[in-house]
Design a protein around this ligand. Sequence first.
Ligand code: ZN
Length: 159
Amino acid sequence: MLGRTHVLAAGAAAVGLAAWRELGPQPALELAAAAMLAAKLPDLDRMLHDDPHHRGPIHSVAAGVLIVAAFWYFFPVLRGRDVPAVVAWGASLGYLSHLALDLCTPAGIPLLLRRGPHARLDLVATGSAVEHVFAAAVALAGIWLWLATWGVPYVTLPK
Ligand SMILES: [Zn+2]
């Protein structure tokens, strides 16, 4: 999937999680920011390889488990520096949403290593019209859910 699709989907998923857990607008924003940033992390492996379609070890199912575990293992350190708990939730959500979306492409994601077995659902080709429609739909859904739940920050409409 394209980078912007990952960012939009992670943001919308974070807004959904925040609305479901009835968070206030500030933690919801922190959750969404962490998710949207972490949604780009698996594509860092593209910086290491020439092939732009390459999905390396940090795109793997194993990496997803290890990295989310690392987020939570190191979280007490961050908490000691006043990083809110929603950041660990958001980072986990963003990373796993990236892997889940790439799982839906024809190439899929490796279970462990690049040359090993892959998991794939082959539902949406990267860059296809279906992906663009999906990205637009999740973005609109996230914006609608935000406005329906928290309204426009710092703006109070007269009654
Ligand atoms: Zn990816």
